[in-house]
Design a protein around this ligand. Structure first.
Ligand code: PHE
Length: 342
């Protein structure tokens, strides 16, 4: 009996030394320490041992049992650690045969133009703010003096969410938030992604970028607006830009305008890019409606302000000569990597 116990122990140690995986140690555990394992069958053999030797034999078998269990436990812990480390090493390893000359990535044209416009406005004392893409009806419409029946609320244009909120259709949705946050006087721009439920073609996208700006102070007038827009656009296009204002209607500005720039290609003579008109429509704007200022908690006796909604996507297309708006959301690295921060 004692020999059997010692032989089993030796046999176990020999097998244990060959184990290298958790699957193998599991198999070994079942073989030796399982209910029908080798240690259990040694226990069963105890009944054949003469009574006077039973006590000692029992002790020895128990020692073997404890030894087997303890060793399996230690080995299992060790192997789990090893296998975890192996996984980390594998994840961190890389294929050395991969080509190394992949080159640097490039910024998206919208990012380039956004940063440029942000820098220009920052240098003129404007704060750059961020705002969420999911907004409520109040901020997107109500606080902007857009009455319930206005077509901008039409289900065709606006993506409504199940919870009653919506994807912002224009960056003007942040006007109220900025006024409430900073009060007056304030100069702020807030770029953002906008969504409208439109069918797409070369000139239309359901997802596009705008950059809104507001300036509120004492004695702000349309000439301030023209000055800031002209300065910014001349910097972006690296040439003196001529702008003009046409009347435009938006419930949140009074008076409202469409700001056009003289075509940068033909300088007003007329060419295919400007459909022979000599002008390109770029930026709706106007003097902030007193109702909107009041919703924003601004004293309309003391302050006036202007707001503009620059079409950032449109500006990028103009600056980089992009003919099809869909290219911007295409994710095509080949097409998008042509543009650099010049
Ligand atoms: N939010 C308007 C739009 O997207 C543009 C706009 C902004 C007009 C600010 C006037 C002033 O159509």
């Amino acid at each position: 009996m004692l020999e059997n116990a010692n032989a089993l122990k030796a046999q176990f140690e020999e097998a244990l030394s060959k184990v290298t995986t958790t699957a193998e140690i599991d198999a070994l555990r079942i073989e030796y320490a399982g209910k029908k394992g080798l240690v259990s069958s040694l226990m069963n053999d105890l009944k054949n041992v003469p009574n006077d030797q039973k006590k000692e034999a029992g002790m020895v078998i128990n020692q073997v049992k404890q030894f087997v269990e303890e060793q399996i436990k230690l080995k299992t812990e060790e192997l789990i650690k090893l296998e975890e480390q192996r996984k980390i090493d594998e994840a961190e390893s890389y294929d050395e045969s991969l080509p190394t000359d992949l080159g640097l990535g490039s910024y998206h044209p919208i990012t380039l133009i956004q940063r440029e416009v942000e820098d220009i406005f920052s240098s003129m004392g404007f704060i750059v703010e961020d705002y969420s893409e999911i907004v409520d009806d109040y901020h997107c419409f109500e606080a902007l003096n857009i009455p319930k029946h206005h077509p901008a609320r039409d289900m065709q244009d606006t993506y409504y969410l199940d919870n009653g909120q919506l994807l912002k259709t224009h960056t003007s949705a942040a006007q109220n938030y900025i006024m409430r946050k900073y009060g007056a006087p304030v100069r702020a721009i807030f770029p953002g992604r906008c969504f409208r439920n439109e069918s797409t073609d070369a000139c239309h996208e359901n997802t596009f970028f705008q950059l809104e700006g507001i300036m509120i102070d004492e004695d702000i007038s349309i000439s301030n607006l023209i000055y800031f827009m002209k300065t910014m656009l001349s910097e972006v296009f690296k040439q003196d830009i001529t702008v003009r204002l046409r009347p435009g209607f938006f419930p949140f500005v009074e008076p409202g305008f469409e700001l056009d720039i003289q075509c940068t290609i033909c300088h007003g003579k007329g060419c295919p890019s400007c459909k022979n008109s000599g002008w390109l429509e770029l930026c709706p704007c106007g003097m902030i409606h007193p109702n909107v200022l009041t919703y924003g908690g601004i004293d309309t006796e003391k302050y006036t302000g202007f707001a503009f909604g620059l079409g950032l996507t449109r500006l990028a297309m103009m600056k980089y000569g992009i003919k099809d708006i869909r290219m911007l959301n295409s994710g095509s690295l080949k097409a998008l990597s042509q543009f650099t921060d010049k």
